[in-house]
Design a protein around this ligand. Structure first.
Ligand code: NI
Ligand code: MN
Length: 225
């Protein structure tokens, strides 16, 4: 049974036995993160896209832990150039790893790194992670898209992470519709309250989600699925 820990913004860890994964490790510059990059011990780093609030501390964590980066081709290759182990994939593709399977899904969003976002890191993605008999969907940063319905039809999602903070991603109204499309057992809102432009009321989101169980995790909280 995988254990989830939310570390603020879009960062979550997924632990299953000896397998330790982190998604979008934005920690040291994250005002809400309860931990620092040096506290992290993982085998794999999954990146939804190259924006600084997602690539985050991947390079330092990857070097120290000798962790493998899993991401779209351009972003994975960029991480390789920084000296990290990497496994490149792309949208629609899936691959079996020792911990389980990962499939990259579309996301409607950008993908540039650096102070002026000029380093090309490919398109943003979402991710399906199949681990310990469970199916986890991390939407990354994205606007609402109708193919979420297809993702929900083709996968029995146990847990979905969806952004609700608006401005850069879906806001609450669109995220509620996303949950309808995805039809997960549980949903955890992410990418909100980190900074003023993405302030959102997770309780309002929870009240408006009808079919799924909304689990509001504070940074540092864990969840067994
Ligand atoms: Ni982004
Ligand atoms: Mn973001």
């Amino acid at each position: 049974m995988p254990q989830i820990r939310f570390l603020g913004h879009s960062c979550v860890t997924i632990t299953e036995g000896n397998h330790k994964l982190i998604v979008d490790p934005f920690l040291n510059d994250n005002p809400l993160s309860p931990v620092k990059a040096d506290d992290i011990d993982v085998n794999y780093i999954l990146l939804t896209h190259g924006h600084g609030d997602h690539l985050g501390d991947a390079v330092s964590i990857g070097k120290r832990c000798k962790a493998t980066v899993i991401a779209n081709f351009e972003l994975a290759t960029y991480c390789g150039k920084q000296g990290l182990e990497f496994h490149p994939m792309h949208i629609g593709g899936s691959h079996d790893f020792d911990f389980g399977r990962v499939k990259l899904t579309i996301a409607h969003h950008g993908g540039g790194y650096g102070p002026d976002a000029s380093i090309y890191t490919g398109p943003a993605t979402g991710m399906l992670v199949f681990i310990g008999g469970k199916t986890i969907y991390h939407a990354g940063d994205t606007g609402l898209f109708y193919d979420m319905k297809l993702i929900g039809e083709m996968n029995k999602i146990d847990l979905a992470f969806v952004p609700i903070g608006d401005n850069f991603t879906m806001g609450i109204t669109d995220a509620v519709k996303a949950v309808e499309f995805l039809n997960p057992v549980k949903v955890v809102p992410i990418h909100y309250n980190t900074w003023p432009p993405i302030e959102a009321n997770a309780n309002e989101f929870a009240a408006r989600v009808k079919k799924a169980e909304t689990v509001i995790l504070n940074p540092g909280d864990t969840l067994d699925i």
